[in-house]
Write a protein that binds this ligand. Structure first.
Ligand code: G4P
Length: 546
């Protein structure tokens, strides 16, 4: 343990905070997130050979078989916290499940990140899943870095992608570097900020490093003209257009989430990964003060605190344990120390806590703001819970996001109603599936909402395995949920087939709709209606960063 220094600030905590970079990668499936993660780990020396992460990919894409699902869940957990050291910095990658049906998990994980890397396929640009995840980052105003991947294949022009980002996502995209050649002729990047050409050779999937020739000089210089050869005119022309369009990098705008720096590369061949990593580490923010219900909590000045952003059960089929993933927000996490579980006021001893790295788990002795620690959960935790030595504040809770699939729980056939209730309540706390109650007709009908049908399969299997209940579900036509703000009359859609007012698990009203079209019509008819895409958004209004 390091003793606090005289002025009350612990210098070692300040140092540890300053060197941490905690981020998540957002992308559409197949854009190359797994490959990129692996390459970053290779650079950091956390992996010795390529394939260790990719080998798990097949299981991740499995869809039906439960064993595969278990594996998939295992992967989403075991790869939840990846970290490495690079250039004196501690880089934490909050990895997220690859499958779209588990994207609520990704949304919540983004609440624990200090920045995000938006990875896109050069041929595809901004895809649906990227757009959704981007909106979640937007909600938190976290800086977003764009990596245009698969440059070893022919794709779209960089300028075209820039305007797509600006149009679809409403954020200025400013290339930090520009590709030299493309497809099989992708030779390197011209680094606009450093005024240098980085020319790659020798890249391949299994290697962590590529040869990188560095030629310094402005784009007008003879040295760069000679180095770029036949590619010179194309690059010079694009850079002129960028300068003409005023696409200038502005770190303040990046930190405020108003501008996204853009990088080009190929995770598969490794071209452009290192230039990206180095700039990213320089530009990405370290952990800042976080919003709580009593104001901002400084990561260095305040004693230990953190919040639970994810709960994962059944990590090992033999041990039905639950692990709560805690993002450390202030002070030092020290093994064995006692802290306060704010919601219940109970003292909680940080005895069994683990760092999960790939397949390995290690006991955590200490951790700092920006780190994620897995805590064995005796059934105490809920998503969004705060742990804090001071014990008298809570971090802004984690919002519920709109599910995209809804099912009715058929209770008529259920013999073990008590077990069903208990099971549903406990599993819903893990956050994969949301529970709603429809009060129409006097008695409650239960409904489940999730991002995708796979979640229902998981729920069914677990209710059977852990609570001995057969869950029967029948599909409902709803596709989204919105949460009314301010005064709301729950009778408003009483006679509507396409909209339904229900209660969510916290007893708040939610409006389920069959489509955004239905929602838009309702908003036109009821001008007083204010609907939010997430529950409890007020806590996330404004920046969550200090
Ligand atoms: P994901 O996690 O985002 O779903 O993507 P993942 O990394 O698994 O990559 C999806 C596919 O794209 C893989 O090919 C992968 O090899 C390929 N890929 C990733 N980065 C690049 C890149 O920079 N260039 C090119 N050309 N391809 C890239 P696959 O055929 O689906 O799998 P595999 O047979 O390679 O395992």
């Amino acid at each position: 343990m390091t003793a606090p220094v005289a002025d009350g600030r612990d210098r070692s905590i300040a140092r540890e905070v300053a060197r941490r970079r905690t981020f998540a990668i957002i992308s559409h499936p197949d854009a190359g997130k797994t490959t990129m993660t692996e390459k970053l780990l290779l650079y950091g020396g956390a992996l010795r050979q390529a394939g260790a992460v990719r080998g798990q990919r097949a299981a991740r894409h499995a869809t039906s078989d439960w064993l595969e699902l278990e594996k998939q869940r295992g992967i989403s957990v075991s790869s939840s916290v990846l970290y490495f050291e690079h250039d004196g910095k501690r880089v934490n990658i909050l990895d997220t499940p690859g499958h779209q049906d588990f994207s609520e998990d990704t949304y919540r994980t983004l609440m624990a990140a200090d920045s995000a890397v938006m990875l896109m396929d050069v041929a595809k640009g901004v895809e649906e899943q990227t757009r959704k995840l981007f909106q979640v980052c937007r909600l938190r105003h976290i800086p977003i870095f764009t990596f245009v991947n698969k440059m070893d294949r022919y794709g779209r022009d960089g300028l075209d992608l820039m305007s797509e980002i600006e149009e679809l996502l409403g954020i200025d995209a400013v290339p930090v570097n520009w590709p030299i050649g493309a497809g099989s002729d992708f030779r390197g990047v011209y680094d606009r900020l450093g005024e240098q050409a980085l020319l790659f050779s020798g890249g391949e999937h299994g290697r962590s490093k590529v040869e990188q020739d560095v030629v310094k000089g402005s784009i007008e210089s003879d040295a760069i003209r000679a180095a770029l050869g036949e590619y010179y005119d194309d690059v010079a022309e694009h850079l002129e257009l960028l300068d003409g369009a005023g696409a200038r990098f502005d770190l303040e705008a990046v930190r405020a989430g108003k501008q996204t720096p853009m990088f080009f590369g190929s995770a598969l061949t490794n071209f452009g990964v290192r230039p990206f990593l180095e700039r990213f580490i320089d530009m990405a923010p370290c952990p800042h003060a976080r919003l709580s219900d009593t104001g901002r909590v400084d990561p260095v000045e305040r004693p230990f605190s953190g919040f639970v952003f994810k709960i994962q059960a059944n990590m090992e089929p033999d041990h039905r344990d639950r692990i709560a993933f805690l993002r450390v927000c202030s002070g030092r996490f020290a093994k064995g120390a006692s802290t306060r579980h704010v919601r219940t006021g109970k003292l909680f001893r940080l005895t069994k806590s683990t760092l999960i790295m790939g397949k390995d788990r290690a006991e955590v002795e200490e951790a700092y703001p920006g780190d994620v620690v897995g805590i064995f959960d005796p059934g105490l935790f809920r998503i969004g819970d705060t742990l804090s030595d001071e014990g008298d504040f809570s971090y802004a809770g984690i919002p519920s996001f709109s599910p995209e699939c809804f099912m009715r729980v058929e209770v008529a056939a259920v013999l073990k109603r008590k077990s069903l209730e208990k099971g549903l309540e406990e599993l819903v706390q893990e956050g994969a599936v949301q529970l709603f109650r429809d009060m129409r007709g006097g008695s409650a009908t239960w409904m489940l909402g999730a991002m995708g049908p796979l979640q229902f399969d998981v729920m069914k299997h677990r209710l059977k395995g852990e609570y001995g209940v057969d869950l029967e579900l029948s599909p409902l036509p709803f596709k989204l949920a919105r949460w009314p703000q301010g005064d709301f009359d729950p009778e408003i859609f009483r006679y509507s087939e396409r909209l339904r007012v229900v209660l969510d698990q916290q007893g708040r009203h939610a409006v389920l709709a069959q489509s955004t079209w239905d929602l838009d019509r309702a908003l036109e008819r009821h001008e007083e209606l204010v609907l939010s895409e997430t529950a409890e958004p007020a806590l996330f209004e404004g920046s969550n960063q200090g």
